[in-house]
Design a protein around this ligand. Structure first.
Ligand SMILES: Cc1cc2nc3c(=O)[nH]c(=O)nc-3n(C[C@H](O)[C@H](O)[C@H](O)COP(=O)(O)OP(=O)(O)OC[C@H]3O[C@@H](n4cnc5c(N)ncnc54)[C@H](O)[C@@H]3O)c2cc1C
Length: 381
């Protein structure tokens, strides 16, 4: 049976980052994915500048557009535009972006095995993984298999993590529509109790989608259809339409044991204000690699969970507080809140600063000492 220092399951941003850093440090690492690459991933493909900054290689070859304009509306009305002056996020197609991250892992020395769906995991001093026609063992195992995390479940990790639902549609728009939305992201509010729809521009398609509480998953398709139609694109060809869940780790749910750890969506590392997860997937992939390297030679991976609690959870908790406050105000007083947030630069300037990596949610929350109390009140109402 093939044997490695570490096996990584899932070649998304979390897995490829962990594999790249492990291989670059000299570990023998195999990365496995059930898909052939490049593969589609339901995603808006928004890559804030702070996410790009985590990567030690350029991503220019996969950037479809860069946005500095943000249009915000409430059910098609009360709209306003904010300009961040310079790009705050890039737009990518996930198949090409993820293929680039994987290529970097392979260049660093990681082996890759596509079309290999892990079906069972067992431990006996080492970790053994089995897929149809393939088996491998390793001292350590990074489970980066996405929000459904079938392999994380086999390991008994990542249980009781909260989740929401998202739906993405890629629309082949005409040249006029592509021009109209160049460098511009649209956010549509007004979903209850919370959630938003988006339009993100790409080179030859427009990405639309909606993110909502899990209980409203059944309404997502209709909401996106309505949003697309409202923008006059109801007759355009739909290239892809796919749903997926997003998970949120809110407490101290177990994401590591001695030999197995969860990274990225598998660990529920996405924020509850924007629902983005690529930043946290890459960060947790780095923290995962660091912990595997530290443990190699017989140590344990349990410190990984403490590192995540210490390094990522404060930011995720701050994003959650901001989300409670933001959506709570929007539910109670949509008109004054849209008016105030459109006129006052504070909120969106802080948002742009976080997206650009010039600030963090945690720093922004610390500026407003009453915010946790306001958010707690919103949560109860
Ligand atoms: C509709 C939608 C829109 C989103 N928009 C954004 C956005 O604009 N910006 C942003 O930052 N985040 C966004 N997110 C979140 C983002 O997509 C995730 O946080 C990110 O993909 C997490 O990366 P990952 O590496 O953890 O997992 P993934 O990218 O999901 O990769 C997991 C990999 O594991 C593989 N796998 C699964 N099971 C097995 C198995 N049994 N055996 C082998 N391989 C397996 C899969 O094939 C996949 O390649 C969005 C999510 C959704 C659902």
């Amino acid at each position: 049976m093939a044997r490695f220092d570490a096996v990584v399951v899932g070649a998304g941003p979390a897995g490829s980052t962990a594999a790249r850093e492990l291989a670059a440090a000299g570990a023998r690492v195999l990365i496995i994915d059930r898909a052939e690459f490049p593969r589609y991933k339901a995603c808006g493909g928004g890559i804030p500048l702070r996410t790009e900054r985590l990567l030690p290689f350029p991503i220019d070859s996969v950037i479809e557009d860069s946005v500095h304009l943000l249009d915000v509306a409430y059910r098609g009305r009360m709209g306003f535009e904010r300009d961040s002056g310079a790009p705050f996020a890039h737009m990518v197609m996930r198949d090409r972006f993820d293929a680039l991250l994987l290529e970097q892992a392979r260049t660093a020395g990681a082996e890759f095995r596509p079309s290999t769906a892990v079906r069972s995991l067992s431990r006996d001093g080492v970790v053994r993984l089995q897929a149809p026609g393939f088996a491998v063992e390793a001292d350590y195992f990074v489970c980066a298999d996405g929000a459904h995390s079938p392999v994380g479940k086999m390991a008994g990790l990542g249980e009781d993590i909260a989740e929401c639902a998202a739906w993405e549609v890629e629309v082949r728009a005409d040249a006029g529509a592509l021009r109209r939305y160049r460098s511009r992201a649209l956010i549509e509010l007004g979903y209850r109790p919370w959630g938003y729809a988006w339009l993100f521009p790409k080179a030859s398609v427009l990405s639309f989608g909606v993110v909502l509480p899990r209980e409203q998953a059944g309404a997502m398709k209709a909401y996106v259809r309505r949003f697309v139609a409202r923008l006059g694109l109801g007759a355009a060809d739909v290239e892809v339409a796919r749903g997926h869940k997003i998970r949120f780790r809110r407490g101290r749910e177990r994401i590591a044991d001695e030999r197995v750890l969860l990274a990225g969506d598998a660990a529920g590392l996405a924020d509850e204000f924007t629902e983005e997860g690529i930043f946290y997937a890459i960060e947790s992939g780095r923290i995962a690699a660091r912990n595997v390297l530290r443990a190699m030679g017989g140590g344990s991976l349990t410190r990984y969970q403490q590192d995540i609690d210490h390094e990522l959870m404060p930011e995720l908790r701050a994003a959650r507080l901001i989300a409670f406050m933001f959506y709570g105000m929007l539910r109670r007083a949509p008109r004054p809140w849209m008016f105030a947030s459109g006129k006052a630069p504070l909120l969106w300037d802080a948002f742009f600063a976080v997206q650009k990596g010039e600030s963090t949610y945690a720093r922004e929350v610390a500026r407003i000492p009453l915010l946790p109390a306001i958010a707690a009140r919103m949560l109860r109402s």
